[in-house]
Structure formats: C-alpha cells, structure tokens
Ligand binder design. Structure first.
Ligand code: LMR
Length: 393
C-alpha cells in the first residue's frame, strides 16, 4: 500500500534550510527560514523563557493531561496580549500546535461552519497557507497585494480583490509583518480594509505570527484590535514561536470573536472538538512558559525588553542595508527595505538572480527573493549589498 504513495515536493523554505547546512563554504549567509538570529548568528533562548522554565521545573508536580482547549491561564493571557481590552466576553479559544496548527484548525472550523466558503489570500502569501489549503481541497482565491515596482502594498488592487469576497467567505490577512513581502498597509488602509469586510460580509482570519517584530507589541496588534472591534465575527491565529523564541515548543492559539453568546459557545465546542480529532490535547510546555511569563510582572518586563532589543536590531539591520545599497547604487531604489517591517523583505530579484547570489556569494534566500533580515549582521550586510548589485537586481 505505502508503495503507492506519490513523492511529495519538498517544502521550499525547509529544503533551503537543508541546502544551507550542506554548503561547506566559509562565509555563507543564511537568509532563508524565518528564525531570529542575534549578531553572532545564534537563536538564543530568551532570558524570561529560561527563568520561566526554571520556575516550572521547580514547581510542577504532575504532567497529567490538562484541558482539551489548553490551560485557561495561557488562553486568557494570549487574548490580552493580542486583543488588549478589545472583545472581552466575545472570545473563544484553543491552544494549538504552533501558529501553523492554529491556521489549520481555523480552516477546518470554517469548513465545519460553511463548506462553501472561499478563502481569499494575499498574492503572495506564506507558501504553507496555500499548501495546507491544497492538501485539504479548500477552495481559495488570491487578491493582489504586492506592488513589484514600489515594493509596497498595491492598495487599490488589493481592495478591488477583497470586494470580490462574498458573504460567508473568509479573508486571510497578515495582522502585521507580512510574510513574505515585509510590506504592510497603513492604519488608514487597514480602516478601508475593515470597511470592505463590513460591506461584503466576509469574515477575517488574521494570521498574527510576528507580533512585536514590526513597530512594537501594541502597534503590531492595532489592526487586529480595530478589526475585532468593528467586525461581528473574527478568527485569529497567533503564534508564540517568534516573539517568545520558542519555535520548537509549537505554541499557538486559535481565537474566535463572535457577535453573541450562542455562537461563542458553539465555536468553543467546535474548536475543542477539532483539537480532539486532530491531536487531542495541545502541547503544554510552551503554553506554560508563556503564561508563566505573562503572569509575572518582572518576567513580563524582561521579556518585553529583550523582544524590543530584537526588534531594534532588525530595524538597525534594515537601515544599514538600505544605506549600503544607497552608497553602492547612488540611488534610493532600495529604501523600501527601511520601510518594510518584520523579519522579511521581498527584494524583487528574479529567480535567476537569487540563484546567482547563492552560487557566487553563498547567500541563501527563498526563491521569490524573500530575505530574512535577522539572518544579517554588520559584516554580512556589505557582502549582501555587493552581491545584490553584482547580480543586477
Ligand atoms: C517562515 O516563513 O520561514 C517561517 O514561518 C518558518 C516556516 O515554517 O516556514
């Protein structure tokens, strides 16, 4: 039977990771997978995470099962982190296996509620969004998003695309730090997006994987909160992988906001049911790290301070890269790198140029020319800038 399986195309981001590892050249530069790296190229465990783990180790007396929806402390803390005071009493939630698990559960929830829903996704979007939907046989359409000339949001085209969504369809939005482009709507543009959602009756599904990596923890949640205030039904898939740096712990959450108690209770029941069908209880260790940090003022302050250092480091790298390219090209063509936010920027190079940078300079970025800004440091920036110019980008 198993011999009948078809070979699967490898995931592009993950196979790039393996290719980089296998490259024996000195000075190779990894700008592929979305993992934060400090100036020494390391992805350290955050201080508050270590402290929380110590506390858990010292105080935890059992590893027996916890709640099917995940621990209430974690879910409440995450609702506050993402939504602040917005949506109190309207939220249902379950812990999930990372942010990806939250996306998957969200799509399954949509399928249970409305099998005819079409999911509208940005062009481009995180490739795994498409891969999961293809696997599930979920219908989707792409709305224009990226303006390849300005490397900003193609806003009017985006709105036109969103207007095609029908009542009961779902619009997948990146709450901040758009992956893969790094281009994000302004606050006014977010308002206009909410207005179109109101007009069409489509339901937003917000993927929030990089809160705290763009303009700040509160700022990065502003669009999500505004939409949660205005729209009757909202789905939010949030990840703790990046902002808590607990990638391998697989810590995520799916939240729904509903217009009434009946829908909230049905939603809570359906999400817990989905957990049970897909993996039973969600992972607890990462969730407990997060609730331990967010339940302790001192740990929260230290976590916020370290996250802010991470954010500032990435902003500094953006500025330095844009300056280096200004010097080399004598133009401001690459200033968009400074305007983009989050871990990624889409450079706008052709696949051939991306390949050339890999072959000639040992620089690894995703084939669509998405580069992980956090993979850079002071020394590698001039190398990258030169390679960009030599490749003719
Ligand atoms: C990325 O986009 O690089 C990250 O979200 C990691 C992943 O799983 O693809």
């Amino acid at each position: 039977m198993l011999g009948n399986l078809k070979p699967q195309a490898p995931d592009k981001i993950l196979s790039l990771m393996a290719e980089f590892k296998a490259d024996t050249r000195q000075g190779k530069i990894d700008l592929g997978v979305g993992v934060y790296k400090d100036p020494n190229g390391l992805t350290p465990v955050m201080r508050a995470v270590k402290a929380a783990e110590r506390k858990i180790w010292e105080t935890q007396t059992t590893k027996t099962y916890t709640a099917l929806a995940g621990e209430p402390e974690y879910r409440d803390a995450m609702a506050t982190l993402v939504l602040g005071d917005v949506g109190k009493g309207r939220v249902a939630s379950v812990g999930t296996v990372g942010g990806t698990g939250a996306i998957r559960q969200a799509l399954e929830l949509v399928r249970m509620a409305n099998p005819d829903a079409v999911i509208h996704v940005s062009d481009p979007t995180w490739p795994n969004h498409l891969s999961i939907m293809n696997f599930m046989g979920q219908a989707y359409e792409m709305y224009p998003y990226f303006d390849s000339a300005t490397r900003g949001v193609a806003f009017e085209a985006m709105l036109d695309g969103l207007r095609r969504a029908k009542k009961g369809d779902v619009v997948l939005l990146h709450g901040c730090c758009h992956n893969p482009t790094g281009a994000n709507p302004t606050a006014e543009q977010w308002d206009a997006i909410a207005e179109v959602l109101e007009q069409t009756g489509a339901i937003p599904l917000i993927d929030l994987a990089y809160q705290g990596f763009g303009d700040g923890l509160e700022e990065d949640a502003a669009a999500t909160r505004m939409i949660a205030l205005r729209l009757p039904e909202v789905l939010i898939a949030a990840s703790c992988s990046k902002n808590f740096g607990i990638y391998r712990e697989r810590t995520g959450i799916l939240m729904t906001l509903t217009a009434d108690d009946k829908a909230r209770e049905l939603s809570q029941g359906a999400m817990a049911y989905l957990n049970r069908q897909n993996y039973s209880f969600p992972p607890d260790h990462g969730a407990r790290i997060v609730s331990t940090i967010l339940g302790d003022e001192g740990l929260t302050a230290d976590w916020k301070a370290e996250l802010e250092e991470v954010r500032q480091t990435m902003l500094g790298l953006r500025t330095q890269l844009a300056e280096e390219l200004r010097l080399l090209t004598g133009t401001d063509r690459f200033d968009f790198l400074q305007r983009h936010r989050g871990m990624f920027s889409r450079l706008g190079a052709t696949p051939e140029q991306v390949e050339r940078m890999k072959q000639e300079a040992g620089i690894y970025m995703v084939g669509d020319s998405r580069l992980n800004i956090a993979g850079l440091n002071r020394d590698s920036i001039p190398v990258l800038a030169r390679a960009i110019v030599e490749a003719g980008v």
